[in-house]
Write a protein that binds this ligand. Structure first.
Ligand code: ADP
Ligand code: ASP
Ligand code: MG
Length: 403
């Protein structure tokens, strides 16, 4: 049975008019293969639910928080099914529990373990279009989980991988993947395709057009993913599993990320095992650490600095104070309001001088660099959050990425 997964993000199902347009897109896709639809909550709804959950205090019970914030997807799944009914098509909304979308029990950052393909196939065999709620999962013990902001992308790609769909189309409010966020640099250019390695880096560094876990799934299970607009026709951007041999750009795209916090352990005793002693308990707590810098030691003492997402700050502090046995330091310095800008491109492998072009451009604009980390196809620069958007525009221009 040939299927195609169609995922619609929040703005694409943001009103009943938009839902009617989505129903027409699903109808049109049904001539290509059996559509399996994944939906996000209507735009603004997840934020509204998060605010509501915090009405009684900043740290609501994690289980109830996920049970609440997952409800937006139920509403849009049913509305899309109803809209399809009005076009004369049979459709069935299905929750995570109904499709057996099993995840780990890490609330708000649950990871998919497995799903039950049979429910989806049976729904199609019965003549219905399955409309699956994105973002939500279910634990072994029946608790509802969510997969992190933007998690519906991951639901969609995971389903496409599991039922071996011919393609996973991610419909959103932009007509593809751009050289950078077009909201930040209005002259950003749409890419016809991008290679998997670059997409992994861009999403990993904050390009929210597609969630990083979705890209990881696509890479692991070789799912063909396309990002396109539900607002206007177009072929979108394909994420290629092979590198594009014609690629001559040195930098393909720029991603940026706000809401980052810099954590410095000042005056750490410079002995073997500090990095793992500090970072292992943090990763055991399910917290992602990014840019990591350890300074040269002076009199056997060093500074160890890393960045985390600001929403993980409280947990990082708890872990550092309670679980980091045997590591002594003089002072814990925590600085919020930093941002990260990342240049990504496979062309970096064969070109020198990229970093110096970037540093010169930022220096000319008076932007101070706090941390730098590089990999084969990426340079990440940590700066003040207030200067982040300006830095994106400056670097976008310095590498001639715009139209
Ligand atoms: P959805 O609700 O459809 O999931 P998102 O808001 O999560 O949509 O993602 C789409 C948004 O991602 C765009 O409106 C754009 O502002 C942002 N974005 C960030 N980086 C990029 C990029 N490189 N290309 C396109 N869009 C990007
Ligand atoms: N509704 C969820 C969010 O706003 C999931 C998603 O849109 O992908 O993050
Ligand atoms: Mg999204």
């Amino acid at each position: 049975m040939e299927t195609i997964v169609l995922k619609f993000g929040g703005t694409s199902v943001g009103s009943t008019d938009r839902i009617s347009a989505v129903a027409n897109l699903i109808h049109a896709a049904s001539s290509e293969a059996f559509p399996v639809v994944v939906v996000s909550a209507m735009s603004g709804e997840t934020n509204r639910l998060i605010d509501l959950a915090q009405s009684f205090g900043a740290e609501p019970n994690k289980r109830e928080f996920d049970a609440l914030i997952s409800t937006g997807e139920k509403v849009s799944a049913s509305l899309v099914a109803i809209a399809l009914n009005h076009l004369g098509l049979k459709a069935k909304s299905l929750s995570a529990a109904q499709v057996g979308m099993k995840t780990t029990a890490q609330f708000s950052k649950a990871k998919i373990l497995e799903m039950d393909n049979e429910i989806i196939f049976q729904t199609i065999k019965d003549g219905y279009i399955p409309i699956v709620t994105g973002f939500q999962g279910i634990t072994d013990t029946g608790d509802i989980t969510t997969m992190g902001r933007g998690g519906s992308d991951t639901t969609a790609v995971a389903i496409a991988a599991s039922i071996k769909s011919k393609r996973c189309d991610i419909y959103t409010d932009v007509d593809g993947i751009y050289t950078t966020d077009p909201r930040i640099a209005p002259d950003a250019k749409k890419l016809d395709s991008i290679c998997m390695e670059e997409m992994l880096e861009l999403s990993g560094q904050g390009a929210k057009v597609i969630q990083i876990r979705a890209v990881e799934f696509a890479n692991k299970y070789k799912v063909l993913v396309r990002v396109l607009s539900s607002f206007k026709p177009g072929s979108g951007t394909l994420i290629l599993h092979e590198e594009n041999g014609m690629e001559d750009a040195v930098i393909t795209g720029i991603a940026s990320q706000t809401d980052q916090t810099k954590v410095t352990l000042h005056g750490v005793a410079d002995t073997p095992g500090i990095a793992s002693g500090i970072l292992s308990p943090i990763s055991d707590a399910g917290i992602d650490v990014d840019v990591i810098v350890q300074n040269v030691s002076v009199s056997n003492k060093t500074d160890f600095t890393f960045t985390v997402a600001t929403h993980d700050r409280a947990e990082v502090e708890t872990v550092l104070k309670e679980k980091m046995h045997g590591i002594l330091y003089d002072e814990l310095i925590i600085e919020e309001a930093i941002g990260k800008v990342s240049l990504v491109g496979v062309g970096m492998r064969s070109h020198a001088g990229i970093a110096s072009t970037a540093f010169n451009a930022l220096a000319d604009a008076g932007i101070n660099i706090q941390m730098i980390s590089t990999s084969e196809i990426k340079i990440t620069i940590v700066i003040a959050e207030t200067q982040l958007e300006e830095a994106v525009r400056i670097l976008h221009k310095a590498f001639n990425l715009g139209d």
